[in-house]
Design a protein around this ligand. Structure first.
Ligand code: GLY
Length: 352
């Protein structure tokens, strides 16, 4: 009787341990049969890990992943995840990787919500926000930066070369120039024409804009270190001086190397009001999977605010290399470079 009771006590934690073992391609089949048996015997335990549930419950048996190194980025930024992974192969540094990844859309004139080519504010000025965080908890950020193509690299310099976390506006610009960055005009003809058109129709009132595709990027390197970056030109035709969530550590992006990382895209005001990325990392610290954590962070927004015209998307990764993605509305996607594959994936959403 005693032996039977002990078995009942020990078995659930044993199965849970099996679930949390990293899944590699090699032992995937072996573990999937163990987990299938575990799921039949203890279905309630399966509910504890949504990522696992999705892996084994969605019929197609595609692992959502636990391979490292990995890079994940908001939206269909496959070129960014590719550049980040290439950098990671060179330097084995998640920090170098996220910076290299963020620089890709920053330099792309066709990307109208980041860096060069970004939509201007309602006064016709392109103002940029970015932040970066490394595995030691160091952080750097720039806000309201103009005429510098790579705010993410300036943010890294703030982190590495100053005693501060954030530089803003003209001070950030002066610092960038002193660090050797070039002054450049970031307003492309395409963005200028879009602004001229907006001015005709919108009476100088900033509107809820669809164009809001900030890049947030997270990476884990082979040393199991996590870093993150976030960069944007923000809400198109915003009020002059508006700063969003992207340069705010804990809002647009947050990393804790003991736990994981998170980043955001979408209407930054609501990410800031709920400390979104910090919240997600803290939820993971308290045992939530990345998927459960991003879903809870979206629920906090939709419970409290009118989300009819809002789109916000979150990504999260944990130390095991698992990830989560969730948004308010359908349409949010992301790029994941893991296990040698660089893929675009669609996020689940609160509104179906
Ligand atoms: N999420 C970017 C912004 O709101 O500026």
């Amino acid at each position: 009787m005693f032996a039977f009771c002990s078995l009942l006590l020990i078995l659930p934690s044993y199965i849970n341990t099996i679930f949390s073992i990293m899944i590699t391609r090699k032992d995937f089949l072996k573990k999937s049969s163990l987990i299938a048996v575990g799921g039949l015997l203890f279905p309630s335990l399966m509910k504890g890990n949504k990522v696992m549930q999705k892996e084994f419950g969605n019929n197609d048996f595609i692992p959502l992943g636990s391979g490292k190194p990995l890079v994940i980025a908001t939206w269909n930024n496959l070129k960014a995840t590719e550049a980040a992974m290439n950098k990671m192969k060179e330097t084995n540094s998640a920090l170098d990787a996220v910076e290299a990844g963020a620089r890709v859309p920053e330099a792309d004139p066709e990307d109208t919500s980041v860096g060069y080519g970004g939509m201007p504010d309602r006064d016709g000025m392109v103002t940029l926000d970015a932040c970066i965080m490394d595995e030691k908890g160091n952080a750097g950020s720039v806000t309201f930066l103009q005429n510098i193509m790579h705010p993410i690299s300036v943010a890294r310099k703030v982190m590495e070369k100053t005693p501060h976390v954030m530089l803003s506006g003209d001070g950030a610009y002066q610092f960038a120039i002193a660090q050797g960055f070039k002054k450049e005009n970031l307003l492309t003809e395409k963005a200028r024409l879009a602004w001229e058109d907006w001015k005709k129709k919108n009476n100088y009132i900033p509107i809820g804009e669809k164009n809001h595709d900030t890049i947030g990027i997270l990476a884990i390197d082979e040393k199991n270190n996590i870093s993150g970056a976030c960069t944007t030109s923000g809400w198109a035709f915003k009020m002059h001086g508006r700063v969003g969530d992207s340069p705010i550590i804990g809002a647009g992006m947050y990393v804790d190397n003991e736990v994981g990382g998170a980043c955001a895209t979408g209407v930054g005001e609501f990410v800031m009001k709920t400390c979104g990325s910090f919240l997600i990392v803290e939820l993971m610290r308290n045992g939530r999977s990345p998927q459960e954590a991003v879903e809870e962070a979206i629920h906090r927004i939709v419970k409290r605010y009118d989300y009819k015209d809002l789109q916000i998307g979150y990504l999260a990764i944990n130390k095991k290399g698992e990830h989560g993605a969730y948004s308010i509305k359908p349409g949010f996607n992301y790029a994941l470079h893991q296990n040698g594959e660089n893929r675009k994936l669609d996020s689940d959403s609160f509104v179906k």
